[in-house]
Design a protein around this ligand. Structure first.
Ligand code: F6R
Length: 248
């Protein structure tokens, strides 16, 4: 694992967007997985700007959505579908064949997991996975206690996720289960970027980077990834003991 510290959310997001651009320039048919949420929103916006400025061709790459709230329709503004559609797919004019998202309204969510795993395995592995970190240390919806050896799966959401998740939904939502890529996908991925910004992420970043590697705190798995970068802004990195050992 490598820790990288940035001045602010903008600098961090700019670097993450640049990583996508560089990858696609080298490998036009790259497989890219992204989380939704507050953290990667700026990365998406900067990516769109860079793609247009540099005329990068994303038409051959495959896009994998990290997770989705079970039972929440794509038309709901709080859904991951909605985020990707508006922040990425429409602005970049992705073709539907390029996109793989969980159908969280499916009557058979297990089947959705198998479909997602097949989509990834058919293409080899994920080239670049960009994830966030939850207030309970989750990655995607890999909640505390999850196996490190799961591929896609359905999971009961942790209380923290249900509470914090309300921020995405105007008027609230009933959140019970999530459907998510597993941490085995993360371990298999060629490169993983975990993004975190703001003082509210300082404690979880400390545990992820300097705590014990344990499935009780899923983001600690980053410590085991040879090509995993934890990318934190100054605020999110502010509780790290060894922060000076890791210049950006
Ligand atoms: C969302 C996801 C979640 C978030 C995490 C942080 O697709 O996978 O694990 O990355 O909860 O969310 P934000 O970025 O809103 O703080």
């Amino acid at each position: 694992m490598t820790l990288k510290i940035y001045k602010d959310h903008h600098q961090l997001s700019d670097t993450a967007a640049e990583e996508i651009i560089e990858l696609v320039k080298q490998k036009p048919d790259a497989v890219i997985c992204l989380a939704s949420g507050e953290t990667p929103r700026l990365t998406c916006r900067l990516l769109i700007k860079k793609v247009k400025e540099q005329q990068v061709d994303l038409s051959q790459c495959t896009f994998i959505g990290l997770d989705e709230w079970a039972g929440i329709p794509p038309s709901n503004e709080g859904s991951c579908h909605y985020f990707f559609q508006h922040e990425l797919f429409e602005p970049l004019q992705f073709r539907s064949e390029q996109i793989h998202l969980f159908d969280a309204l499916s009557a058979n969510l297990e089947d959705e997991c198998l479909k997602m795993d097949s989509a990834i395995f058919e293409r080899g592995v994920i080239d670049l996975m960009i994830v966030g970190i939850g207030m309970n240390g989750h990655i995607g919806f890999n909640e505390p206690g999850v196996s490190f050896n799961n591929y896609s799966h359905v999971i009961n959401l942790d209380e923290t996720t249900v509470t914090v998740g309300q921020k995405y939904f105007k008027g609230g939502a009933v959140l019970k289960q999530g459907i998510t890529l597993g941490l085995k996908h993360l371990q298999d991925a060629k490169k993983v970027l975990l993004l975190a910004n703001g003082i509210k992420k300082a404690e979880v970043i400390k545990k992820a980077v300097e705590g014990v590697v344990t499935n009780s705190f899923p983001a600690s798995i980053m410590q085991t990834h040879a090509n995993g970068w934890v990318m934190a802004d100054e605020e999110a990195a502010s509780l790290l003991d060894k922060r000076n050992n890791y210049p950006a």
